[in-house]
Design a protein around this ligand. Sequence first.
Ligand SMILES: Nc1nc2c(ncn2[C@@H]2O[C@H](COP(=O)(O)OP(=O)(O)OP(=O)(O)O)[C@@H](O)[C@H]2O)c(=O)[nH]1
Ligand SMILES: O=C([O-])CC(=O)C(=O)O
Ligand SMILES: [Mn+2]
Length: 622
Amino acid sequence: MSISVEVPTPTSHSDLAAWVTRIAELTQPDRIEWCDGSEAEWTRLTNLLVEQGTFTRLAKRPNSFYAASDPSDVARVEDRTFICSEREEDAGPTNNWIAPDEMRRTFATLFKGCMRGRTMYVVPFCMGPLGGNISQLGVEITDSPYVVVSMRIMTRMGEDALRLIEERGAARKARESEARANEGRGKHDHEHGDFVKAVHSVGAPLAPGQADVPWPCSQTKYISHFPETREIWSYGSGYGGNALLGKKCYALRIASVMARDEGWLAEHMLILKLTPPQGEARYVAAAFPSACGKTNLAMLQPTIPGWKVETIGDDIAWMRFGPDGRLYAINPEAGFFGVAPGTGRSTNANAIETLWGNSIFTNVALTDDGDVWWEGLTDEPPAHLIDWKGRDWTPDSPEPAAHPNARFTTPAEQCPTIAPEWQDPAGVPISAILFGGRRATAVPLVTESFGWQHGVFLGANVASEKTAAAEGKVGELRRDPFAMLPFCGYNMGDYFAHWLEIGRMTDPEKLPRIYYVNWFRKDANGRFLWPGFGENSRVLKWIVDRLNGVADAVPTPIGNLPASLDTEGLDIAPEDMELLLSVDPEVWREEAALIPPHFETFGDHMPKELWDEYRALVQRLG
Ligand SMILES: Nc1nc2c(ncn2[C@@H]2O[C@H](COP(=O)(O)OP(=O)(O)OP(=O)(O)O)[C@@H](O)[C@H]2O)c(=O)[nH]1
Ligand SMILES: O=C([O-])CC(=O)C(=O)O
Ligand SMILES: [Mn+2]
C-alpha cells in the first residue's frame, strides 16, 4: 500500500518511524503530525476543536472547554473490550477473548482507510515521572485531536517522551551489538521493544468534501489488547476510558501483564498521604470500582482536627519493591479524569479548586454565562442550562442535565492538596491497602484482614453495585475482584496467585496491611447510614492507629473490626453506628455461600490458598 501524503518521521528511532509509516499506509490519513506537547500545540488544537464544534470555550474558566459526546459514546464498553492473548486460557473467564490472528485480520480491514479526511497524530508519552525507574513509555497514534489534548493533561506527552524512547532504542542497539560481539554469550532477554504501541481511530473516515460532526465515532467498537506483543488497538470510540490509551488500556491491562512477568503490581488504586497531628506521615493505596469514591478519598478533607490528607494519585498505582523490601507506589498519570456528578464544594472542595482552569469538561451541562454545571455541583441548580444532549434544561426537566458519567480532565498539579512528592520517581512507601465497593447491606464500614493472604481473599471477593462508568444496568451487584474486573489483562485466577506471590517476596512485616471499607451501607429506607466523604477520615485514623499499635480491634469471623471509632463531633445515631460496625453471622453465611460459584469460574487457576481462606471463613461463621 502507499499513501499520497508524505509520512514525516522526525525520529532517530527506526522501529518507531517504520511503525508510524505502516499505520499511515493502512489508515490513509490526509495529514500526519508528530505531537511535541508544547503550549503552542495545545493552543492550536484547542482552537481547532472550537472551530470544529467539538469544544465550546468557557467564558468563566481560563483555557477550559466543554465537549458533548455523541449520546452513544459516553462510557467504557466492556463487552467490546478484548484481551487477544495467544491462548484463550490466558485471557481467563472474566475477559472477552479473540485470537490475535483473527483480531489482526479484522483490523486489517477495519482500519483500512479509516483516517481518510483526517489528521493522524503521533503522540509519544510517558506513564510516570519522566526518566523514572518505575515509569513506562508509549506512543499513541490517533485521529482525534480531543484525544491529543486530553493525553497532554493525563500523561507526560511530547518531545521529552520521544527523546526517552530514542535513548532506550540507542541503548538497546548498543546492548545488542555487544551481545553479537560476544557471540551469543550475552543471551537475549525477552525484548518487547522500547515503547508500547497504541493505535486509536474514531472509525469515521470522511469522504472528500464531507462535513465532519462534533463528535465522530462509530457504532462498531473494539478496544483490543495484545498482551504478548504489548500492543493496543482501539476503534470506534472517542470516550476517555476507550480512547486515552495510556490510561486503562496501558497503565492497567498491559501493565498488569508486565507486572506479572516482572514481579510488581499495576492496580486500579488511588494513593494518598496521611499525616496525623503528631507523628509520621503514612501512605495509603485504595482500590474501589469505577465511580465508587477513589477521587473523593484521594482528595479528602479530614473532619477530625489536626489530620492532613494529601493527594498522590486518584485512579492508578504502580507498585514495586524498594531496596528496603517495602512496596513503593507511583501514580503513572499526570491528570485526573474524574466523575463530575456528585462533585461539589461540600463533597470534594479540592476537586472543585483543581478545576479553576486548563480543564476539559465532557458531557456536563452548560450555563447561560459560559460555565459548566452538573448535579451536585451546587445545592440549587441554575434556572436554565443547556444539557449534555444540547437541549434547553430547567429544574423541571425530567432528565439530569449532566450525563451520570460526565467527566472532567484536569492537571494533577493544580490540585491544592497535591503532595510535594507526587512526582518522586522512586514512589512512596505504602503502609496500608484498602479495598471497597458499593454495598447497601452486610459489609461493615471497615474490616482489617488477619494478614496478607486473608487480605488477598478480601480483594478477590470485592463486590459492588454497578455504576454509570461502564455501559450496562446501574445498581446490579457484581463481583469486581480488586476493582480490576474490567482492567486485568490476563487470567484473573493467575492474578490472584500473583498477589499471593508478591506476599512471599518480602518480610511479612514490611508488607502493607490490608483493609476492606464500605461507605455505602444503607438503611431500610435507602438512606446512606454513613455520612462519608470528609468523615471517612475517621476510618483512616483508626487504620493509622492500628498501624501504630495504638487502637484496639475486635476479632470477628470476617476480620478485625474497630473496638471503637473516633466519632467526636459526628452527628450519627448510636444504633446506626452499631450497625455499621457489626457482623451478622446469618447474613454472612449467605455471603459466604456466594463465594464458591465465584471462585469456581477460575477453575484450576484459582489458588488453593484462597479456597483455604474460604473454608476458614465458613468454619469461623459456624
Ligand atoms: N455516599 C458516598 N458517596 C461517595 C463517597 N465518596 C464518593 N462518593 C460518590 O461516588 C461517586 C464517584 O466517586 P469518584 O471518587 O469520582 O470515583 P472513582 O472511584 O474515582 O471512579 P473512576 O474514576 O471511575 O475510577 C460520586 O457520585 C460520589 O458522590 C462517600 O464517602 N459516600
Ligand atoms: O476509564 C474511564 O473511563 C474512567 C475510569 O477511571 C473508570 O472507568 O474506572
Ligand atoms: Mn478508574
